[in-house]
Design a protein around this ligand. Structure first.
Ligand SMILES: [Zn+2]
Length: 341
């Protein structure tokens, strides 16, 4: 069997993976918050293709097919179950087109089903949901499959098993909520060690937590796991008191910031760059950003680990700023005015 492109790249150095397609398409006005189903794949495929291209331009090594929440349960929620297969196949075709034209890796994707309940009936239902989505990803020729945003250890284990049955590498990431454990009571370190032992090629954390409340968990995960690790936080300023983006509160405002009023909590690009450096220092080599990510965040992650993606052509150079700049062409009177800006 030919060597796998994801594993080859991870052997050579870190890999960047942009996530967060739901939030970015929602902000752009092509996806509805609430049900969060990626209907945009069928209705505005050009928007999805464009966003894939922007993320690769910004430094993502992976084009992740936008099949997050394109599963049977979510499609049924909005009465579009008949569109399940066309939506998945189209999402994969769009991603493949961009991966082929850019040389990026192509990833399939399954995620939390929201039907897992720890009983045999839901185990069977969840496995069937994974198998159908993974089957379409295999048909599309993906390099690997991402199983992400699981808050149940056992649901992640079922996804891993279904991915491994295809022979493709599996990247499995957990979503860690306020209590700091999976819903079935494992610490992230315990759960990920078990998933690693069960054959996951990369294990880690994605979504839910911002950089400052994900990093401490990564230290525990690093101590427990010996293999490749992943970290894809949300770009929001979560705190010890409010460690998840769902738990953030905005003083003086009545509405819950999650998911559509998180703007004032957004991390700067520099905070994401710092996170990427810190995570890489811990040995985390699969790095990215989840819900809320913009291309500027992805570029900051890529640059922090020593990359110069095409978007770096336009990385800031404040020396030529009209007032704050230091270039000899900047007028001295404007430089003096800088203090009054
Ligand atoms: Zn996310």
């Amino acid at each position: 069997m030919a060597a796998n492109r994801l594993l080859e790249r991870l052997d050579a150095g870190p890999v960047v993976c942009a996530e967060g397609y739901l939030f970015e398409c929602e902000r752009r006005g092509f996806l509805q918050a609430g049900a969060y189903v990626p209907e945009v794949v069928l209705e505005h495929p050009d928007v999805v293709a464009g966003l894939h291209r922007e993320f690769v331009h910004a430094g993502s090594d992976v084009v992740e097919a936008f099949t997050y929440y394109a599963h049977r349960e979510k499609l049924a929620t909005i009465g579009r179950e008949d569109d399940l297969e066309p939506l998945n196949r189209q999402a994969l075709a769009i991603a493949k087109e961009v991966a082929d034209e850019t040389g990026a890796l192509l990833a399939g994707n399954v995620s939390n089903t929201n039907v897992f309940a720890g009983d045999d009936e839901s185990r069977r239902a969840v496995r069937a949901m994974f198998e159908e989505q993974i089957g379409w990803a295999v048909d599309a020729g993906v390099d690997f499959v991402i199983g992400e945003t699981f808050s149940w250890h056992e649901e992640a284990a079922i996804a891993l098993d279904a991915i491994r049955a295809t022979g493709l590498p599996a990247v499995i990431t957990l979503a860690v909520h306020r209590e700091g454990t999976t819903r079935d009571g494992y610490t992230p370190a315990e759960s990920l060690r078990l998933l690693e032992e069960a054959g996951a090629d990369v294990v880690g954390l994605n979504c839910i937590r911002g950089p400052s409340t994900m990093l401490p968990l990564l230290r525990e995960v690093r101590a427990a796991c010996s293999g490749r690790l992943a970290a894809l936080p949300v770009p929001y300023r979560t705190t010890d008191e409010e460690p998840t983006f769902q738990s953030l509160t905005d003083p003086g405002r009545h509405e819950r910031p999650f998911p559509t009023a998180l703007d004032p909590f957004t991390c700067t690009r520099f905070e994401l760059g710092d996170f990427a450096r810190d995570a890489l220092a811990l040995g985390v080599t699969y790095l990215g950003v989840c819900c809320g990510a913009g291309p500027h965040h992805i570029r900051a992650v890529a640059e922090a680990i020593g990359r110069r993606p095409p978007a770096s052509r336009y990385s800031p150079d404040m020396s030529k700023h009209a007032f704050l700049g230091t270039d000899t062409r900047i007028r001295a009177e404007n430089q003096r005015f800088a203090d009054r800006l």
